[in-house]
Design a protein around this ligand. Structure first.
Ligand SMILES: Nc1ncnc2c1ncn2[C@@H]1O[C@H](COP(=O)(O)OP(=O)(O)OP(=O)(O)O)[C@@H](O)[C@H]1O
Ligand SMILES: [Mg+2]
Length: 283
């Protein structure tokens, strides 16, 4: 059940029905307030009869890093998967409420989930390159979409953006599986951004990596935020504090307890339960 497998499915005639950026967005001036790119409204998710998310409403700012934190089982991965409809692939999952991407509810009938996942890509906890060459891993999605003109250039650009190019430029024909874990994860990030998404979802992307590889991924995420919106789940509080602009704290029961600037969440949260969680009193 991976996004990559899913991209191989036929998309049918309706592509990109969700997804054209609003005219006028993307000006070069920097404003302190970011536009909202994704908004969930009263999102409830059930796995059979068990509720995993409860009335989660949240506005995710564009071209920022938003961290999702909270104890195991509180629904972070579930929330992330709602944003690009990965939960569609889980039979037991039922989603109520709305997720608006640039104002359009991604659960509307006319939204093609495959096209949506090109705009909102995903990187998983365990690096999962295809058993193909480094080059073919990055080129894969572009070929599937028939965007294979200037492929060499596009592959190089994606590998550069993923801070991997210098390490692999002389071995593009070697298997992606022969890279180190940290390199494999950057390869997966290159693969995700090669398709030119607007949002990159990351579910604990560094938790399987050593500290040096983790620090490279963190630097990379910081760089990516100049061009992409990043939503990242992490169990590592210091990581959330280091790399994110906004932090959402979920607590057991699938409730979003507090969502604010990361500095506010870590220095002076409104909710006592958030304070207790962050200072390690529970979770
Ligand atoms: N495929 C599934 N089928 C049934 N229940 C599920 C499924 N996936 C998640 N759940 C349940 O939904 C709740 C939220 O799970 P989720 O994986 O979203 O939590 P999480 O915050 O990501 O946890 P972790 O930090 O351990 O990854 C849990 O109670 C979990 O058991
Ligand atoms: Mg999870």
């Amino acid at each position: 059940m991976s996004f990559q497998d899913n991209t191989t499915e036929s998309t049918g005639p309706s592509t990109d029905s969700v997804v054209e950026p609003t005219a006028g967005v993307g000006g070069t001036e920097t404003t302190p307030e970011a536009d909202t790119i994704i908004e969930s409204r009263d999102l409830n998710v059930y796995y059979n009869d068990a509720q995993a998310l409860r009335d989660v409403s949240m506005e995710i700012p564009e071209k920022r890093v938003t961290a999702l934190i909270g104890p195991s089982g509180c629904g972070k991965s579930t929330y992330l998967r709602c944003l690009n409809r990965m939960n569609d692939l889980i039979d037991a999952a039922r989603v109520e409420g709305e997720v608006r991407f640039r104002g359009k509810n991604v659960y509307d009938d006319d939204v093609d989930p495959v096209a949506l996942r090109r705009k909102i890509g995903m990187v998983f906890q365990e690096p999962n390159p295809f058993p193909k060459s480094i080059y073919d891993n990055v080129a894969y999605g572009l070929r599937v979409q028939g965007k294979d003109d200037d492929l060499d250039e596009k592959v190089e650009t994606a590998l550069r953006r993923a801070a991997l190019w210098e390490e692999v430029k002389d071995q593009l024909d070697s298997s992606g599986l022969d890279l180190s874990g940290g390199q494999q994860q950057r390869l997966c990030i290159a693969r995700a951004i090669a398709a030119d998404p607007e949002v990159v979802l990351m579910d604990e992307p560094a938790s399987a990596l050593d500290p040096i590889a983790t620090s490279k991924i963190e630097d990379l995420i910081d760089d990516l935020a100049s061009e992409y919106t990043v939503v990242i789940v992490t169990h590592n509080m210091q990581q959330a504090a280091r790399i994110s602009d906004q932090t959402a704290v979920f607590l057991t029961g699938g409730e979003l307890v507090e969502f604010d600037d990361t500095s506010k969440i870590f220095e002076n949260p409104d909710d006592q339960r958030v304070e207790d969680y962050i200072t390690g009193k529970f979770g």
